[in-house]
Write a protein that binds this ligand. Structure first.
Ligand SMILES: NC(=O)c1ccc[n+]([C@@H]2O[C@H](COP(=O)([O-])OP(=O)(O)OC[C@H]3O[C@@H](n4cnc5c(N)ncnc54)[C@H](OP(=O)(O)O)[C@@H]3O)[C@@H](O)[C@H]2O)c1
Length: 316
């Protein structure tokens, strides 16, 4: 019996040691990846930032009038690319286009479009977009739940729009622009996911599920097309201060502009990225927590957010 217990405890100790080693390796490699991408590369070390013009003279950004998409459009222009800007509001797009021309001296083309309108949208876009040499596509447009809510409270039109914007737009836009990138043997597709894809998010269940689809699609596409000169990057932001979240900025919640500047810097450096150092720290630490704890915790936090939203809404 003693012999059996000795073996049992030895096995436990070995498994425990291996687990601690695995966690340490994960932490160290994450730490090194973060230091390299967010500190050394911007300083011009380790090869410095990638010249994004190698992918082609034009970039296309969906959801480019606000938040993260606007930030990407301006940063890509600062890095030397002309930009096609897509979202619903012509007025807001014109403002971004003006800023691109006046501040960065690049060309900008605005294409007002509503991605909830179904497949016909992409036929219209085809005519316009195929006239340009678009080497970089940012699939950014996205929609979340109106508030943290139980599934049966989710309006089914909103549910369709969430799927349409977070998944269909990415798939269709990629299908529209990838063939020409493949023909030219160069191109980059940047898919904006969310850290809500890392664990199921109760009360934001559909949103977090659509973002999981973004991750899988993106990673599979990368494996399929990297040998043909196509870079596919998955971007996994934590909270960013935008219209979508309405969270005030702080050290861990950057503005759309600050977040995008940092995230654009990771193109060609990291295949999957949290986009900025504060998010890399928060997400890497959260990743060490067991899934059932995170899911329970998310439920508690989002339940609080739900009550707060409903309380404020009832006062209006
Ligand atoms: N903010 C965060 O904390 C956070 C965290 C993780 C992931 N993300 C992801 O990052 C991406 C951008 O988020 P964000 O916070 O920057 O969002 P946002 O501030 O709400 O901006 C959304 C953009 O999409 C456009 N848009 C909305 N509905 C559209 C439609 N039906 N057709 C065409 N364009 C439409 C909006 O412009 P118009 O109103 O002019 O159409 C706007 O330019 C999303 O995919 C989101 O899931 C955000």
């Amino acid at each position: 019996m003693d012999g059996f217990l000795d073996i049992f405890w030895s096995v436990c100790a070995a498994v425990g040691t291996l687990y601690i080693l695995w966690v340490a390796i994960q932490l160290l490699s994450g730490l090194w990846g973060g230091i390299f991408a967010y500190i050394l590369v911007p300083l011009g070390l380790g090869g410095g930032l990638v010249d994004l013009r190698v992918y082609g003279p034009w970039a296309a950004v969906t959801g480019a009038s606000e938040g993260i998409g606007r930030g990407y459009a301006l940063e890509l222009a600062r890095r030397g690319l002309n930009v096609v800007l897509m979202s619903r509001s012509r007025e807001k797009l014109e403002k971004v286009a003006r800023e691109i021309r006046e501040t960065h001296g690049r060309d900008a083309l605005i294409v007002p479009v509503d991605f909830t309108r179904g497949p016909a949208v992409y036929e219209t876009l085809r005519e316009t977009l195929h006239q340009l040499d678009i080497g970089l596509l940012v699939n950014n447009v996205g929609l979340s739940h109106k508030y943290a809510q139980y599934f049966l409270e989710l309006d089914m039109q909103r549910a369709r729009d969430i799927i349409e914007l977070n998944c269909q737009a990415m798939v269709h836009m990629t299908h529209l622009l990838l063939p020409r990138m493949v023909d030219r043997g160069r191109g980059a597709i940047i898919n904006i996911s969310s850290y809500s894809s890392a664990h199921p998010q109760p009360l934001l269940g559909l949103y977090s599920s659509t973002k999981k689809l973004v991750n899988f699609f993106s990673e599979a596409l990368s494996e399929e097309y990297s040998r043909r000169g196509i870079l596919v990057q998955t971007v996994i932001p934590h909270f960013v201060s935008t219209e979508m979240t309405k969270i005030r900025r702080n050290i861990f919640v950057p503005t759309g502009a600050d977040y995008s500047k940092s995230a654009v810097g990771t193109i060609g450096i990291q295949g999957t990225t949290y986009g900025c150092l504060p998010h890399a720290i928060v997400c890497s630490l959260t990743n060490l927590t067991p899934k059932f704890i995170i899911t329970r915790l998310a439920f508690a936090v989002l339940s609080y957010a739900r009550s707060r939203y409903l309380r404020l809404a009832s006062k209006k």
